[in-house]
Design a protein around this ligand. Structure first.
Ligand code: PAF
Length: 301
């Protein structure tokens, strides 16, 4: 659920100081060089805006690792496929800026499209392997768009640490691969999934849910938790996945894109027999046009 304007966390006191906002890479580099010259460690939190408590938890985590925190806000067209929600994606920079200031972020970097993709831009970064299953198979080109923009943001800001949420678990693994392969000198720090009290993982896209869909949406996490118990008890992976899919559908979802147990690093498929090592259970299910993602760590007892 996205924070409402009245949410206490927003602390919308008109006298509250705003946050410095920069829009060009030249200005960003100048500010970060200044900080680094005075010995500050810098953390980066890349986002597409429409911030919720999950993003703000990443900012707070970043704060524990660095003297200065920069959040980026860029709705990256290259990671949306044809027919996806690029135009509808929620945007409210003023609200995001207020939330970031309250969460202790030092700087908002909100470049326009031409700053990231200037005329003549012709480079795409392709990560193989970890990008291929799951989201990669269902959203062709998505991870090339993510890898390209994340590489650009890391090169532009040259942070010491960059924080990415585990909610997009496959994206996190792609970014780890990307930064290792390209020797980008940054530590990638994962942030745990933040959930509403009923278990629904926070997502900017939760705002698309109707009230009835929102009531049913925690069924995805319930099914994953039940699957985790079955895996720990030694049930076969293939039957646990099948039962979880049926359970998600029984909770009012229209379709399940996948519920799969995967190697937590490579995302290689595990099973069909019982789980013999810690792994990740990843799922995507749809309510109308809204895709809800969730994942949890699983292990044998
Ligand atoms: O997770 C997101 O919001 C985006 O994929 C990211 C990492 C900011 C790249 O556009």
């Amino acid at each position: 659920m996205v924070l409402s304007r009245s949410d206490a966390e927003a602390n919308l006191d008109p006298s509250m100081p705003g946050i410095e906002t920069l829009r060009t890479v030249t200005a960003l580099r100048a500010r970060i060089s200044q900080w680094k010259a005075s010995g500050s460690r810098v953390a980066l939190v890349p986002t597409m805006g429409a911030l919720h408590k999950g993003h703000l938890s990443l900012v707070r985590l970043a704060r524990t690792q660095a003297d200065r925190v920069v959040t980026t806000l860029f709705v990256n067209p290259a990671q949306f496929g044809p027919g996806e929600d690029l135009e509808a994606y929620p945007r409210d920079e003023a609200r995001d800026a207020t939330l970031l200031a309250a969460a202790g972020c030092d700087l908002l970097y909100a470049p326009n499209r031409a700053e990231i993709y200037p005329p003549g831009f012709a480079t795409t970064i392709t990560v193989t392997g970890v990008t291929e299953p799951l989201e990669g198979a269902l959203r062709p080109g998505h991870f090339a768009g993510v890898a390209t923009v994340v590489a650009k943001l890391l090169i532009q800001a040259s942070p010491d640490v960059a924080v990415f949420g585990e909610k997009d678990y496959q994206q996190l693994q792609v970014i780890r691969r990307l930064t290792a392969d390209l020797d980008i000198p940054v530590r990638i720090l994962p942030g745990p999934i933040i959930r509403d009290p009923d278990g629904l993982a926070l997502s900017s896209r939760n705002t698309y849910l109707t009230p009835v869909q929102r009531l049913n949406a925690p069924g995805l996490n319930r099914a994953l938790r039940e699957a985790s118990r079955r895996l720990a008890a030694g049930e076969r992976i293939d039957s646990v996945e099948a039962v979880a899919i049926a359970e998600v559908l029984s909770h009012g979802f229209d379709a399940v894109d996948y519920v799969e147990v995967r190697n937590a690093d490579s995302l290689d498929r595990l099973g069909p027999a019982k789980l013999d090592r810690p792994a990740r259970l990843l799922a995507v299910a749809r309510m109308g046009r809204t895709r809800l993602l969730d994942n949890i760590a699983v292990s044998p007892r």
